[in-house]
Design a binder for this molecule. Sequence first.
Ligand SMILES: Nc1ncnc2c1ncn2[C@@H]1O[C@H](COP(=O)(O)OS(=O)(=O)O)[C@@H](OP(=O)(O)O)[C@H]1O
Length: 465
Amino acid sequence: AGLTALETKSLSLCTEQTQRHVRCPASAATQSPQIQGNVFSIHAESPPRVPARENCTDGFCDAETCPLGSRLRPPKLITGKPLNSCQPMMSTTCSPTLVFMKQNCSHFSAPWSSSLGLPPSLQSACFRGRPEDSGGLGSSAAGAPCCRIAAKELALWRWVRGRRTPLLPNCRQRPGAEEAPGAWAPGPGGAGQEAPLAGNGSGPAKLGSKRLPQALIVGVKKGGTRAVLEFIRVHPEVRAVGTEPHFFDRHYERGLAWYRSLMPRTHSSQITMEKTPSYFVTKEAPRRIFNMSRDTKLIVVVRNPVTRAISDYTQTLSKKPDIPTFEGLSFQNRSLGLVDTSWNAIRIGMYVVHLQSWLQYFPLSQIHFVSGEKLITDPAGEMGKVQDFLGIKRVITDKHFYFNKTKGFPCLKKTESSTFPRCLGKSKGRTHVQIDPEVIEQLRDFYRPYNIKFYETVGQDFRWE
Ligand SMILES: Nc1ncnc2c1ncn2[C@@H]1O[C@H](COP(=O)(O)OS(=O)(=O)O)[C@@H](OP(=O)(O)O)[C@H]1O
């Protein structure tokens, strides 16, 4: 069974940019293959900026390094390449479907291509994936040899065929492995409401609709937001966007329909979520979120603001080694103890200041504060409270976590998409730069009144002193 002309073309429509983002599975997961005229293409818009591929590792993308818009480059047609030399093209294959498959690829073991019924030209272009292609997700990378690229191609192939073929018959599939919802999603819908899929009761229709989120993790940067999102999405009643959409801060002009198109498909009983930590310090975000829905539940992961600032600085330093010292940036006048509140790393930690904007639109009962510290020492306890807040059964419990000594953090025994244990990526749980203890003391003094006011406002003592 050879590919039709259309299918052949589809494989040649890949972009350089997408290749660079091949490690951004979740962001890609919102792209949708589209048939445009006679060719296969990607629904695309220009990105605000393009992160380097190496900044987008582990399937977890940092806000700064992997903005959602970055993947939305207009596709370039790669011409003149014969199909049987398309390995690089395959690695640039450009759709959500494809990248989602990456997550499942550890469920396959090669050889797989012959089981696909692909033509020999395509089979020869496939290869056994390297272990790191299995998703690069911490300890799960030890899984079966995996064909990330092959898996993508398979997904594309299946998508083009317009049906969901059974998973590879000759491949080992781990029990419990399941395809991510939204994997076979069509292009972005119209208005901001639900977008149910047309269907005949099989395939995508089973996956539900794209809905605007009912709950958001709005902050704070470096508080532990990724951990909360990855932990909560294990819950069967929660589906979440993997990358940070930055809709309410950077992309608001794109409209709710665009935003909704990024969402995973959910059933009516499921909660759609996303996390973008910068919302918490974005002046317009509370009003914009309120305008989307006044019932939106808000989660804020807070952490000792001094440690948070150092974490923030450590992250920036890892990308820009030439920046001034933390000590230098923290003060307008160090000897006078005058802290520079215009520096974002400092300003973000003045939680009570930012909270005021939220309280103008949302009652406190609609905002849940997670302790970033307890999230590390007692993840199940903190996640229990998150589940209560979301009004869902306490499914995520102690038995979902184990402490990974190498990582020094709690990790998941299994995830939403994999039965392998998984820790967060390298950018989570970094060793912090050493800071002059005197500066730390000065910053503690600076934050104390803000912290106290914050505890009073939210009725919770986070014990950062
Ligand atoms: N289980 C687990 N594994 C790894 N890391 C964990 C975990 N729980 C909380 N944390 C803490 O999360 C901090 C990163 O916070 P965020 O995910 O909010 O960062 S970001 O704003 O999205 O960049 C990160 O900060 P650093 O330690 O400074 O890197 C971690 O301390």
